[in-house]
Unconditional design. Structure first.
Length: 318
């Protein structure tokens, strides 16, 4: 199969295009013909080697956790998914493996593709939307009427977090740059803070949840804007964050947490219903053909992506 892979850690230029062996399904797995693959910040962290202590790689390595496509093969123990099904999923392989014509996943993490979305749109959903959902619902315990602040509200995770915050009935404040204020308002935010002109950590409002979707603030900086028993949730841990996570679990009234997103077919089916009801939608900054994965990583690394970047593996109108 045709794939984009790396043979060593390094900058975007280490990504190569070539032929690798097509994967085979396990008893409980499926093979998906990939029509589109989403790009996430974790992809570039794995590529650079910054996560090698946590996610050691064997080369050649295919990146990419988000895919949308069509099932071509199923394992002997799979009964609820069949060849020909249009699906999307967050791959449960250690490093992903979605930047290719075919990918494998456990049948339990696969869900039907939302009706009305193209494969490129569907591929923009899984990891980012599940991160937002599991952060707000599972770690944050979000309930109707709460105040929620989303830092990085115009990014891949943040755009879903704003929309999901409104789905759960919260009052949502989004933090973004000047050029993205209108987008964050359009997604439903009740207030928008332009971080170029205002320090959100000096806000007079108090929040039940502060979700740092871009991991650019800290628990110490955000503690003063948390309500008693408020929760600060961060997507990427830092040494100080890990320390405060332990300390606040034992002694603190205000909680410091890290989201470790998990692939979940059930969560994707929940998101599918919201998407089909028009309550949630993916935001795509740019799409690239698979062969231009290097260019996509360069853009991702430069930062300030609005929503998601997507690789189109197969050209299709659906």
């Amino acid at each position: 199969m045709h794939a984009v892979y790396l043979k060593q850690y390094g900058p975007p230029g280490v990504l190569e295009c070539g032929e690798l062996a097509k994967p085979q399904p396990t008893d409980g797995g499926v093979v998906i013909q990939v029509y589109a693959a989403g790009i996430n910040p974790i992809d570039r962290r794995i590529r650079s080697g910054s996560l090698r202590c946590f996610l050691p790689a064997q080369f050649p390595l295919i990146l990419g956790f988000d895919v949308s496509g069509v099932v071509t093969e199923v394992g002997g123990a799979v009964s609820h998914v069949k060849p020909g099904d249009e699906v999307y999923c967050m791959l449960d392989q250690r490093h992903g493996s979605g930047y290719a014509e075919f990918a494998v996943a456990s049948a339990d993490v696969v869900a039907p593709k939302p009706a009305g979305l193209s494969h490129c749109e569907a591929a923009a959903v899984p990891l980012a939307a599940c991160t937002a959902l599991q952060s707000l619902r599972d770690l944050g315990g979000i309930t109707e009427g709460q105040r929620v602040l989303i830092n990085g509200a115009s990014g891949g995770v943040g755009t879903f977090a704003v929309q999901l915050g409104k789905v759960f009935g919260a009052e949502v404040t989004g933090v973004c740059s000047t050029g993205n204020v209108d987008l964050v308002k359009e997604l439903g935010a009740d207030q928008v803070v332009d971080y170029k002109t205002q320090d959100f950590t000096r806000d007079q409002r108090k929040y039940d949840i502060v979700f740092d979707a871009v991991a650019k603030s800290s628990f110490v900086a955000c503690r003063r804007i948390l309500k008693t028993k408020g929760r600060y949730i961060r997507t990427v841990p830092s040494p100080s964050h890990i320390l405060f996570r332990v300390l606040t679990k034992v002694w603190g009234r205000k909680c410091c947490q890290t989201i470790w997103v998990k692939p979940s077919g059930n969560d994707l089916r929940f998101l599918k219903d919201l998407i089909e009801d028009g309550k949630v939608r993916p935001i795509i900054d740019q799409m690239f053909p698979l062969k231009d994965a290097c260019k996509a990583h360069e853009l991702s690394q430069a930062g300030h992506v609005k929503g998601k970047l997507v690789l189109q593996v197969i050209e299709t109108n659906g």
